[in-house]
Write a protein that binds this ligand. Structure first.
Ligand SMILES: [Ca+2]
Length: 497
């Protein structure tokens, strides 16, 4: 079968497979002016914050392949994950929905109920050859949710094997899930790779000391490994003549595994690298400032393939942005994003989470914490929502803050990452880009706080969030499929109460 016959066959595929939630999907010509649905290559790193790529101006970490896709395609300055935690972030990408709509799927180490359609399933139903390698949806268990396979698709050893098994006649959709730069790191690997500690920019939320700089370099070294693997895949596309009709997306699932980053709704936890390339179909060389969410990925892929997203997807396709030749602020209304957090690791008594929602605009970050009496970083003394739940892995930045928590120079920074937080947080990003000074209770910000709070509440109500409506939130009581044991690493600094 030739590619040109795909649409005809795809229609048969939809009718014949009758996947839940995708029967009778209306079709239209694929987006981007193409008559042939594109291949889709989705590359996702694990725990990489926005800014940590050459294309964003970081001169220490070397990411030539991300930079190439950004340069020849579109680089997004305001992309955000659905949640700063592996499992719900990936659930948001796959379903195109906010995590509060995904029941158990809103938690780490959970399951993703089968009633929520995912884009790989919808594309497979339309005739696509789909698959993933390494880290797909997860961590969690698929069976309790009524699925028999990972929501990212059938598993392959690598991209090469997937391509070899791809029928020539149909387009494919592949998920490359690296486990870089998730901890554990090889201590000193960044310096060993040629990085210089004095060139690292340390955000002012951590002490600027060699131990922290070295930790950042070790994280960079793993980003570089991810980037090299992306490069290998791009070369494979070129060698097999498939570079021209492949939609390529590179991003991460949540922010860096450092204090006040991953598992937090600050930018270092939720703001993501994102570059998109589709040769000849989307005008490249652009940097876009519109706010976009990972929940927009699934509807984008479906539209590119000529499928209408199911009505319950809260994400919006990016094809309108991708199809223009404009840079900067492209779409009126794309001036904010909403992110969320429920239970990350099992780190509080009885498995309680730390539920929060955030509204991010160009000027403000507004956060609503629903259980301010709980510890945001996990119960002391482990504070296991920072980096890793039990200090099994080395976590030099976390350890430095814990060891020096009584030093006057460190005290405030320790509190910002480990201490309790009020119900409302508001940061004025025009004067406080690192989100260090909560102005929620300052009189001159009262108007802004009330406006943002009302706007967030209205959106959560509109999209059916139990936290904003009268339904009972169940995230604290859902099963946790990871280990509940604390297994401190030998030699870890065990922390006082
Ligand atoms: Ca992750």
């Amino acid at each position: 079968m030739k590619r040109g016959n795909f649409l005809k066959t795809a229609g048969l595929g939809v009718a014949a497979l009758a996947l839940p939630g995708c029967t009778g999907i209306p079709r239209r010509p694929p987006a981007g002016g193409s008559v042939t649905p594109p291949n889709i290559l989705f590359c996702i790193s694990d725990d990489q914050s926005w800014l940590h790529a050459g294309a964003y101006g970081d001169s220490v970490v070397k990411t030539p392949n991300f930079d190439r896709i950004a340069r020849e395609g579109v680089l997004f300055n305001h992309a955000y994950c659905a949640a700063p935690s592996c499992t719900p972030s990936r659930g948001g990408i796959l379903t195109g929905q906010h995590i509060w709509r995904l029941e158990q799927g809103g938690n780490l180490w959970s399951t993703l109920p089968a009633k929520f359609p995912v884009y790989p399933g919808l594309l497979a139903g339309a005739g696509y050859h789909v698959g993933y390698t390494r880290k797909g949806w997860g961590p969690g268990q698929v069976e309790p949710g009524g699925r028999s396979a990972n929501p990212a698709g059938p598993q392959y050893e690598n991209f090469n094997q997937f391509l070899k098994e791809a029928p020539e006649s149909v387009p494919w959709c592949f998920w490359f899930g690296s486990t870089d730069p998730h901890r554990d790191y090889d201590r000193g690997s960044g310096v060993a790779a040629g990085m210089r500690l004095d060139e690292v920019t340390v955000p002012p939320i951590w002490p600027d000391v060699p131990q922290v700089r070295s930790d950042v370099c070790d994280y960079y070294a793993e980003i570089q490994r991810f980037d090299r693997e992306v490069g290998d895949m791009l070369r494979l596309l070129e060698q097999t003549g498939q570079m021209d009709n492949t939609l390529i997306v590179i991003t991460s699932d949540n922010g860096m595994p450092f204090p006040r980053s991953k598992a937090n709704l600050y930018d270092l936890g939720t703001r993501m690298p994102l570059a998109v390339f589709w040769n000849g179909r989307i005008p490249g060389g652009r940097v876009v400032d519109d706010f976009v969410s990972h929940t927009d990925v699934a509807p984008t892929f479906l539209e590119a393939a000529g499928l209408d997203p199911p009505g319950d997807m809260t994400g919006k396709s990016l094809m309108d942005i991708l199809s223009t030749d404009r840079s900067g602020r492209v779409t009126p209304g794309r001036d904010h994003v909403v992110t969320a957090r429920e239970r990350h690791a099992w780190v509080r008594v009885d498995g309680l989470g730390y539920p929060s929602r955030a509204l991010r605009t160009y000027d403000f970050l507004y956060i609503r914490n629903y259980e301010p009496d709980r510890w945001p970083a996990g119960d002391p003394p482990m504070y296991g929502d920072i980096d890793c739940r039990d200090l099994r892995y080395e976590a030099p930045t976390k350890e430095y803050l814990m060891r020096h928590r009584d030093d006057p120079a460190v005290q405030r920074l320790f509190e910002m990452s480990f201490g309790k937080r009020p119900t409302e947080e508001l940061y004025d990003l025009r004067s406080d880009p690192h989100q260090m000074r909560n102005v929620a209770q300052e009189p001159e910000y009262r108007k802004a706080r009330l406006e943002l709070s009302a706007r967030l509440k209205a959106y959560l109500e509109e999209t059916g969030d139990p936290r904003a409506t009268n339904q009972e939130p169940l995230w604290d009581s859902y099963p946790y499929y990871g280990s509940r044991e604390f297994r401190p690493r030998e030699g870890a600094p065990l922390p006082k109460q």
